[in-house]
Design a protein around this ligand. Structure first.
Ligand code: ADP
Ligand code: MG
Length: 397
């Protein structure tokens, strides 16, 4: 039985705003006599997010239902993702507390996590579309990725502890979703894909290009088998909050022990997607990708030098070998993300807000082409800077 279908028949009640206030008071998050307002603010595709505001503080209550909110019961999803989210945020808080919301509570029976309210910040995707991002967000994300993957890898963790964590956070159902929606369906002319008629041939070719499909097959296999470190696994720009002086990473419900390069690739792809969706931003987003990559390599290399417990890390050439592999994997996963966001089920605003088809279609096609290029050439591209040539030949209105 698949990890997803095993959930069928789960009994689970979604709170109404009134019920959640009552619950929050009973659990001691607010006083019984306090005036508490509850509002559902989730723009997410998957879960329900309530913001509760009392006399002195506000809190976020995120509740899961056993299916994806945007699709309905035909797409079952494990409720256990809430436990994963809370546990992973707790792990992150030990490693990089400045970058994550504080978790106040987890109620597994109700599939509910209670966390710090970050409403004073802007969701990353919104900020990037309106051009109101901070100067530091891209670098912050690079530092966050370096810290979280180094401290949860075999270069730092006790080998026995790491293996326990791998089992504790195995997250099969959510991984299956990524395996299908990111790494399979976009390359198989699948019914879940979403695209305009003008892209029909592009989508058809993705499913017929055996050279491309061989490379995606390798990337998928790596995703399914390589337990390098605890990765977020859904680190797109809608999973970060941006403020002038702070950047927060949230929503790690897809997290598991996976390949080092996945988060970097997914994040950089979303920077490129934003730049392709708004060509005036393209150069800026390319610079942002460089900022993320260099913040990542600087931080990771420093941690490797100063804090590694693995004796082989002293061997000449080992770090460059590793960074080279992380880089090519990241390019490959960036390619898959570019393609699935252009023609897959999980559409993004960056590529959709433009109502003029003459502009929108070429932008979307460019994202597919860049995706193919990154997947096929990931072992030949020596540095991110080289991509500037690819962007320069683009002519987008
Ligand atoms: P989903 O898992 O359904 O994608 P998200 O965790 O991405 O849910 O949250 C959906 C939306 O809810 C976010 O885009 C944001 O607007 C809001 N939200 C989520 N967590 C918080 C938080 N801690 N503080 C403020 N708003 C939040
Ligand atoms: Mg989300």
């Amino acid at each position: 039985m698949s990890a997803l279908s095993s959930l069928e028949g789960t009994q689970h009640a979604l709170f109404t705003p009134e019920e959640i206030v009552e619950y929050a008071k009973k659990q001691g998050y607010f006083r019984e006599d306090e005036d508490v307002a509850a509002k559902e603010i989730g723009d997410g595709n998957i879960n329900y997010v309530f913001r509760l505001t009392g006399a002195n503080r506000s809190l976020i209550f995120k509740q899961a239902v056993p299916y994806a909110r945007v699709v309905g019961e035909s797409m079952p999803l494990p409720l256990d993702r809430v436990r994963i989210e809370a546990k992973v945020l707790e792990q992150y808080a030990k490693i990089a507390p400045e970058f994550v919301p504080h978790v106040y509570g987890l109620d597994e029976a109700r599939a509910l996590v209670v966390m710090e309210d970050l409403s004073h910040l802007q969701v990353g995707r919104t900020a990037l579309i309106s051009g109101t991002e901070s100067a530091r967000f891209a670098e912050d994300v690079g530092v966050f990725i370096a810290k979280t993957i180094f401290y949860t890898s075999d270069f730092y963790l006790d080998p026995a502890v790491k293996k326990e964590r791998i089992a504790e956070l195995s997250n099969p159902g959510m991984r299956q979703l990524t395996e299908e929606l990111v790494l399979s369906h976009p390359f198989a002319f699948h019914e879940t894909n979403v695209f305009e008629d003008e892209l029909r041939n592009d989508v058809l070719w993705l499913s017929r290009d055996e050279r491309l499909r061989l490379e995606v097959a390798k990337l998928k296999h790596t995703f399914m088998t390589k337990a390098d470190a605890l990765i977020h696994s859904d680190l797109h720009t809608g999973s970060i909050f941006i403020g002038e002086h702070e950047t927060k990473i949230f929503d790690p419900e897809f997290a598991f022990f996976g390949p080092f390069g996945f988060d970097l690739g997914q994040f950089i792809a979303n920077l490129f997607l934003n730049g392709l969706g708004t060509p005036d931003y393209l150069h800026k987003r390319f610079r942002n990708a460089l900022e993320t990559w260099y913040a990542f390599t600087d931080t990771f290399s420093r941690l490797w030098r100063d804090e590694s417990v693995e004796p082989y890390t002293k061997v000449d050439g080992y770090l460059s070998y590793l960074l080279r592999n992380i880089f090519s994997d990241a390019l490959g996963y960036a390619g898959c993300e570019l393609i699935r966001r252009s023609i897959g089920i999980a559409q993004i605003q960056d590529l959709n807000y433009e109502s003029d088809k003459q502009k929108r279609i070429p932008r979307r096609k460019a994202a597919v082409e860049l995706g193919k290029y990154l997947i096929l050439e990931r072992h030949n591209i020596r540095s991110l800077e080289e991509l500037e040539n690819w962007f320069q030949q683009l002519k987008l209105a």
